[in-house]
Design a protein around this ligand. Sequence first.
Ligand code: HEM
Length: 451
Amino acid sequence: MPKSNWYIAFEAHGKGPKKENIFSTRDNHWHARYRGLVEQGFSMEQLLHREEAIDALLLDLLAKLDASCAPADGKAAASHTPSPSLIDQLHYFVFDVGGILAFSRPYGFVKGQSDLEGIIRLSRKLSTHLTRLAQAPVFQYLLDKNPLVRFFGLVPPPVTFARRYLPLTRISHQIDDPRSQDEKPKPNEDLLDSWIEAHLKHPDVVTRNEIIDLALMLISPTPDAVYVHPLSLSHSLTLSPDLLTRTMLPTSRTTLGVLIYYLFKSPNALSKLRAELDSSLPNTTIPPYTLLSNPTHLPYLTACILESLRIHPPPGFMIERVVPPGGAVVDGQYMPPGTLVSVSPWVIHHNEEIFGVEPDVFRPERWVEAEPEQRKKMEGMLCAFGFGGRVCLGKDVALLELYKVVAVLVKEYEMTLADVEKDMTITWGNMVCVDMEVRIATRRRESTMPT
Ligand code: HEM
């Protein structure tokens, strides 16, 4: 079924023509062709080529966390608050992984220990803003799509960030001189390479504009479109930012935050997870993803990740579709054409019939104890990443980040909530973000940090 008009709010409406993107489009035909051409770069096989660079970034993150850590003795640890907060650090990491995947280099959030050009703050603000606009489309014409608002620049485009941090020379060079593609050995391909390859094969689907769009999708949180000339690319392309950073990237960081929070609240689960990690990964700071994600090695880690995606799925919206011409039968009931149907992961994931007793309780054991048939059913109904042909394109990226970061944080650090009585702060946007104040202290170890 095609997506509904709810998704219009997530389109770029710049000075150029209206611009749908892979997330927002209601045209399933265009979507299938487009996705078929660009999804290859997101495959696990391709991601694993970048694993070494991601591990190096994770080591940088650990070095920063170490530097801001409290000493391991309880008293001193209790009075020490790292800065920036652990949750912000996770956000920096997730954004930098986006840079590594797209352009083979991190943007520098972790290194600089700051929110570059305020793009993360902006992406969170816009997440809430766009969700409101999606619910009340009339406001789109008063706000984001209002020519006056755009004329006066009230919706800030990500030009400053893009100018400073996108490898613009490389992008324009590769677009204008596709032969430079041949010079690169295949395993070193990054996402930009694969998008350009898709453009060369099917320039009608993955247009030059789409390459810029995809490049921006990993960073750009604005609904407005900007022209290419401020970014000094050689042709007059319209930069119409895809909205996936604001809709998608904060999601991994949300899941990380949620899992950490629930581990604090469930000391039993935390100690089981730690015991599993300590016994299975005794000699390594950052284990390879293939080892981490193999359920036979680390079944409890997998269970914890699935449970946090279940209990607090990042999508804060109903996954909405329109019944096509001819109607459809949904759960035994006929729906006429044009009917809006939707599912909310927040409702499905709390269904006792599927996920077992006490669905409001964080209990990773439910995944470990389930019979194979039941486990299959639970995994099939877990819709944190959506379903079918529109399932999350970044699912493997997210899982790689989750496995790596959770394993490393739990193994290497003692973490406590600054205020155990305080609930995490939840912000409902199209992504349900969380915040909390966490204190950390190193647990380990022979130093494995870079000098
Ligand atoms: C825990 C992390 C993540 C969660 C829970 C998540 C969730 C989702 C969901 C629910 C959808 C489908 C929305 C719908 O049908 O309306 C989606 C789509 C998408 N996500 Fe993610 N996402 C995550 C991480 C990522 C990352 C890291 C990226 C990019 C690297 C990404 C890129 C995308 C794209 C491109 C789509 C649109 C796919 C299409 O329509 O073909 N996501 N995501």
